[in-house]
Design a protein around this ligand. Structure first.
Ligand SMILES: NC(=O)c1ccc[n+]([C@@H]2O[C@H](COP(=O)([O-])OP(=O)(O)OC[C@H]3O[C@@H](n4cnc5c(N)ncnc54)[C@H](OP(=O)(O)O)[C@@H]3O)[C@@H](O)[C@H]2O)c1
Length: 306
């Protein structure tokens, strides 16, 4: 069984990977402050900005692969904390990529669709990047450093949604909770993306850990969809009424950081490389519902202590 280190084990993506990968890999985890209760070989609460501690942990563990999900993801916070965003999303990525190189481990850096400015959408891997905000700039710098420091590196660009282990809400949970409570919610009709359920993303990552692919890969949902349509699909799948869904425009919102209007990703390359089926929004949301029904969310929440 391969040894896999997940950074950001208490996060939305990291916790789902730690639960989904239980029988596939021997797992270890790094997070900033919390702890995980999932069965792991080794774990540490350490700041990946600390190069020496990061390298020491990886040197002792000797993983076959590192999935680097840890990041500062709050887009509006990053906008007013530029130095911190670059420290965590770029510098710490260089640290872990260097540590992986020295240990002979494959490095998988989870990046974002936001590296594109969102003017055209349907972006291919080689499309020119032009970040619209500080978060995306720092992630793009992280991509460059990861590829530079690690000779066996994959940059997986994505737009994820799923169940959180922590009390905080991802986009789909915010939609889910709002619709469940019957609140009026405004969904953007002019923002497009290609969302992928974290667990579907995880199946693709498991394949990437095992295969020979290196370089940049879009690992996203197979469908370009507006946030409004995504919200309507979620309501359909979970059986919530749609009368409280209000179409709105991002141009009328007061977000601190600029967002790309159409950050949809072209997944043709991933479809050729991977056997994992990349689901559309409806199929992904149906799997999300099934996870709730079979007790996955409770297991996920028990897996993380903060
Ligand atoms: N969520 C999205 O919509 C989205 C979309 C596209 C791409 N992505 C990318 O997907 C990845 C995962 O995102 P996510 O939503 O799962 O993030 P998240 O829920 O905010 O989790 C972030 C994780 O990183 C850890 N962390 C933060 N700073 C750290 C540091 N300096 N040292 C060590 N650990 C640190 C946190 O630890 P603590 O819990 O202990 O603080 C937490 O485990 C990120 O790389 C993000 O850029 C996310």
């Amino acid at each position: 069984m391969k040894k896999v280190l997940i950074t950001g084990g208490t996060g939305l993506l990291g916790a789902n990977l730690l639960l989904d990968f239980q029988n596939k890999f021997s797992l270890s985890s790094i997070q900033l402050e919390g702890r995980v209760n999932f069965p792991v070989e080794k774990q540490a609460s350490l700041n990946l900005c600390n190069k020496e501690k990061t390298k020491q942990f990886v040197k002792e563990l000797k993983p076959d692969a590192i999935v680097h999900t840890a990041a500062l993801v709050n887009i509006d916070y990053c906008e007013s904390h530029r130095d911190e965003a670059f420290k965590v999303n770029a510098e710490a990525t260089a640290n872990i990529a260097e540590a992986a190189e020295e240990a002979g481990a494959k490095m998988i850096f989870v990046s974002t669709d936001s590296v594109f400015n969102g003017k055209t959408g349907n972006y291919r891997e080689e499309g020119s990047t032009n970040p619209a905000n500080v978060y995306a700039e720092s992630k793009l710098e992280g991509e460059k450093l990861a590829l530079e420091k690690n000779s066996n590196c994959v940059v997986a660009r994505t737009s994820i949604y799923g169940w959180n282990a922590q009390a905080k809400q991802s986009l789909s949970e915010w939609m889910y909770n709002g619709l469940k409570e019957g609140k009026e919610i405004k969904f953007f009709e002019d923002v497009f993306f290609s969302p992928i359920l974290v667990n579907n993303f995880g199946r693709a990552i498991a394949e990437i850990i095992e295969n020979e692919f290196t370089g940049v890969l879009n690992v996203a949902g197979s469908q370009r969809i507006s946030k409004l349509e995504f919200g309507r699909t979620l309501a359909d799948v979970f059986g919530f009424g749609k009368e409280k869904i209000v179409a709105s425009s991002i141009l009328d919102s007061e977000l601190a950081a600029k967002r790309p209007l159409d950050a949809s990703l072209n997944v043709e390359k991933a479809k050729k490389i991977l056997e994992t089926e990349l689901l559309d929004a409806k199929a992904g949301l149906e799997e999300k519902k099934l996870l709730l029904e079979k007790g996955f969310v409770e297991k996920l929440r028990r897996g993380v202590d903060l």
